[in-house]
Design a binder for this molecule. Structure first.
Ligand SMILES: Cc1ncc(COP(=O)(O)O)c(C=O)c1O
Length: 413
């Protein structure tokens, strides 16, 4: 393991035993082989007979992350004095630094939010816009980056243009082209999803952001399905804002998230929530995270989840998550009655795998997979992205992915 990964964990407390053991074992590993990934898998408290392939919805937190969360939760409630809680300010700054390092941005550009939805809504509500301004979104954006724009449009007379999403995606060039063709002189915002939760398309975020920058259009990127799965580099993707959640691919606490706002854009963004502790001169994106009393121990858990992926190395996490998804796609594609909705090409896909059974109603298949195999996945019951969704992550093995594919094959006949 590289020495840079060793020095990452700075804590106010001694590390819980689970961290010490995990760190020691990882550092002793000489290769990212099956034994290594089994060791990672053992850090998660998932039930033995549960086939959990639903990272795109909620990931389990690892034991080391939960242990640090619980430790600070106990500390907080044992002594809720201002004096004891003082340390959380410094801990939040640690977390900000670590998040910024992972995303290759500066700490001042990071706000600690409660989830992707909140981060995206801070953008939707906060940009100065006037009647007639156009917002470009896609039909496959999550409601927090789709319906939220429509609500704002209704209130302020904006025009929302929503692009259909081809299934499967034809090419990165064509995805970019469809956005480029829809831009008009009145377009003020392009708000897209890095990896869609619907069919798992990886959008050419860098190219779209470069287009937006050339035309001085605000580009917001929903990163709910990319952070913690892909090695996201916001130095290479010149978007203006990026929102994400900790409880998905990052395997962190619930109701914790990050919002990145590019330094040059911070002054243009109105804060939606202003309360005690807020000040106009709060440095950088910090002015977007003042929501009244926060759940301080959760901040420590979020920091721990950044430590966890950093110990493995984000590039290694991405490679493993992609390998698991590719295995699932290859297995599903070989089944006659399966229509794979997610692209196979790595430049057009990431960790989300969507497919539909041609011989069985989606709801019936979803129920049978749970009843017969305790296969926990997600489903979409109507529309162009109808189907079942697999989203394996580093706590899954290839054997589990194969078992999930075999369970689908049993239904497909
Ligand atoms: C693409 C995308 N954006 C936003 C969200 C919302 O995430 P959260 O509920 O953590 O705010 C989701 C949730 O699945 C999602 O898939």
């Amino acid at each position: 393991m590289e020495s840079t990964r060793r020095g990452l964990i700075a804590t106010a407390f001694a590390l819980p035993a689970s961290w010490a053991a995990f760190t020691r074992n990882l550092q002793a590993a000489t290769a990212l082989d099956d034994a290594y990934w089994r060791m990672v898998q053992r850090q998660f408290p998932l039930e033995d007979n549960l086939l959990y392939l639903n990272a795109a919805n909620v990931c389990p937190a690892s034991r080391p992350v939960m242990d640090r969360h619980l430790e600070y939760l106990r500390d907080f409630h044992a002594n809720p004095s201002f004096q004891n809680r003082d340390k959380y300010t410094a801990l939040r700054e640690n977390l900000r630094q670590k998040a910024a390092r992972l995303l290759r941005v500066t700490a001042d550009e990071i706000a600690v939010t409660r989830n992707t939805s909140e981060g995206s809504n801070i953008i939707v509500k906060g940009i100065d816009l006037k009647a007639g301004d156009e917002i470009l979104i896609t039909d496959h954006n999550h409601p927090s980056n789709n319906d939220s724009w429509k609500v704002r449009a209704k209130r302020d007379g904006l025009v929302v243009k929503s692009l259909p999403v081809p299934i499967p995606a034809p090419s990165a060039g064509e995805l970019l082209g469809s956005i480029e063709r829809a831009v008009t002189p009145r377009t003020r915002v392009i708000a897209i999803t890095h990896v869609t939760s619907t069919t798992g398309i990886l959008y050419p975020a860098r190219e779209v952001a470069e287009l937006a920058r050339r035309k001085n259009i605000w580009m917001h990127l929903d990163g709910a399905q990319s952070f913690g799965c892909l090695d996201v580099d916001l130095a290479a993707i010149p978007c203006d804002s990026y929102s994400t959640s900790a409880h998905k691919w990052l395997m962190g606490p619930l109701e914790a998230g990050l919002l990145f706002v590019r330094a040059g854009r911070i002054a243009e963004l109105w804060p939606s929530i202003v309360t005690a502790g807020w000040a106009d001169d709060l440095k950088g994106a910090r002015k977007f995270e003042v929501f009244g009393q926060r759940d301080d121990p959760r901040v420590v858990a979020l920091e721990a989840s950044l430590d966890f992926v950093s110990l493995i190395g984000m590039a290694n996490v991405e490679a493993r998550a992609r390998a698991l998804a590719s295995r699932a796609k290859a297995g599903l594609k070989a089944i006659g009655n399966v229509e794979l909705k997610t692209n196979l090409q790595p430049e057009l896909s990431a960790g989300v795998v969507k497919f539909k059974l041609r011989n069985m109603a989606t709801k019936a298949a979803y129920d049978k997979l749970w009843e017969r195999h305790r296969l926990a996945i997600a489903s979409t019951l109507s529309g162009d992205s109808e189907g079942l969704r697999f989203s394996p992550h580093i706590y899954n093995s290839f054997e589990q992915v194969d078992a999930a594919v075999a369970a689908v094959k049993e239904l497909a006949g």
